[in-house]
Design a protein. Structure first.
Length: 85
């Protein structure tokens, strides 16, 4: 098992402890680490990315469509993150 796979397993273990939702889950900015059970969104079409979208524009989902939304190492790259609150 490589470093990326180990890191992904650790992330999934933490998320399972934190997330009680059985609803739709979204990961923003997944890059090369898409999460199983999540809709994986990124600005680049990569393996495992289901939705390609620009985080600086309105996302192609209605409000309150996902719970939770996971964004690791992503929000700091968005020019106006407060619009997601």
């Amino acid at each position: 098992m490589n470093h990326t796979q180990n890191k992904l397993k650790r992330i999934l273990r933490r998320l399972k402890r934190l997330v009680k939702s059985s609803g739709r889950k979204l990961q923003l900015g997944c890059r090369r680490m898409p999460l199983p059970g999540f809709v994986n969104l990124d600005s680049v079409a990569l393996p495992g990315v289901e939705v390609v979208a620009n985080l600086e524009q309105k996302l192609p989902f209605p409000d309150n469509h996902f719970d939770p939304v996971y964004a690791r190492d992503t929000i700091e790259h968005v020019e106006n993150p407060s619009r997601y609150c």
